[in-house]
Structure formats: structure tokens, C-alpha cells
Write a protein that binds this ligand. Structure first.
Ligand code: HEM
Length: 143
């Protein structure tokens, strides 16, 4: 569960990251492929469209953190599509680590532990909904 303070930290930091979204995403995938090289082959050669897709999904989710309910069906469908991409449950934690790392790299020095924790929690909520959906289960994105 995210507190109001945590929601504000995620939203404020994401707003600051948006003008640097391209470099954020380049760093994110570089880090992911360093941490989990086996995931590189799941993605297309040209990552341009992928980077843009992920930023726009993140923007939608970040904007809606106070009430994810209207987005849950889309997030579940996204989780189910990820099974088709060859994504495994264990990849989610690594992607979360790469995301928080790349945000810190991009936003430093405007970064602190509370912001990192808020992002980790927001990502965990999102990832849990996707993972549960990939297994044919549903949760309400609150846990
Ligand atoms: C919160 C977590 C995640 C979000 C928001 C997210 C978002 C997205 C989006 C928006 C797409 C575009 C295609 C579509 O809409 O179906 C996509 C594709 C993809 N994602 Fe994710 N993703 C997440 C987690 C992961 C994880 C953990 C992996 C594991 C490595 C992963 C690997 C992929 C791959 C391989 C594709 C397909 C690329 C292609 O063939 O074009 N994603 N993701």
C-alpha cells in the first residue's frame, strides 16, 4: 500500500524524469541487460519503440497511483501479454531493480531513500497485478 506521501514522491520524481525520459530508458535497459543478459533476446533488436511504450505506460500508471482501479483491466492484460513475450515471474524483481537504479542515476542529486522506497513499492504493486494475471489470478492492486 502506498501512502499519500509516497504517491507524491513518485509523481514529483517522475515529472522531473520526463524531460530525460530517453536517457532514463537507455540506462534502464542497459542495466537490465547487465543484470539479466538472458532477457536481451526477448526484446526486438531496435528498442526505440519499446522505450517509448514503457515510458507512456509508466506515465499513465504514475498519474493514477491514487486510484489504480480504472487501470486494473489494462494492467492485467499487459501481464498476460508478457507471458507471451517469454517473461518469467523472477524477471519482475530484476526489472524493478533496474528501474529504480536508472531513476536514481538520472535524477541524482534530487533523490533520496524515501523516493527509492516509494518507487520500489509502486513497482511491486504493479508487478504483482501483472504476475497474478499471468497466472490467471486477479488482485486489486492494493496489497
Ligand atoms: C511493471 C512492469 C512492466 C511494465 C509496465 C511493462 C510495460 C511494457 C509495455 C507497455 C510493453 C509494450 C507491449 C505491450 O503493451 O504489450 C512491453 C513489452 C515487453 N516487455 Fe514489459 N513491462 C513490464 C515488465 C516487464 C518484465 C519484468 C520483462 C522481463 C524482461 C518485460 C519484457 C518485455 C518484453 C520482452 C516485451 C516485448 C517487446 C516486443 O516484442 O516488442 N517487461 N512491456
Amino acid at each position: 500500500m502506498l501512502s499519500e506521501t509516497q504517491i507524491a514522491l513518485v509523481q514529483k520524481s517522475f515529472t522531473r524524469a520526463v524531460p530525460r525520459a530517453e536517457v532514463l530508458m537507455i540506462r534502464f535497459y542497459e542495466r537490465l541487460f547487465e543484470l539479466a543478459p538472458e532477457t536481451r533476446s526477448l526484446f526486438p533488436e531496435d528498442m526505440q519503440a519499446q522505450r517509448a511504450n514503457v515510458v507512456s505506460t509508466l506515465a499513465t500508471v504514475v498519474r493514477s497511483l491514487a486510484n489504480l482501479e480504472p487501470l486494473l483491466a489494462d494492467i492485467r492484460a499487459l501481464g498476460m501479454r508478457h507471458t507471451g513475450y517469454g517473461v518469467k515471474d523472477e524477471h519482475y524483481a530484476i526489472v524493478g531493480e533496474a528501474l529504480v537504479w536508472s531513476l536514481e542515476e538520472t535524477l541524482r542529486p534530487a533523490w533520496n531513500d524515501a523516493t527509492a522506497d516509494a518507487w520500489a513499492e509502486a513497482y511491486r504493486i504493479l508487478a504483482d497485478v501483472m504476475i497474478e494475471a499471468a497466472h490467471g489470478r486477479s488482485n486489486d492492486g492494493r496489497n
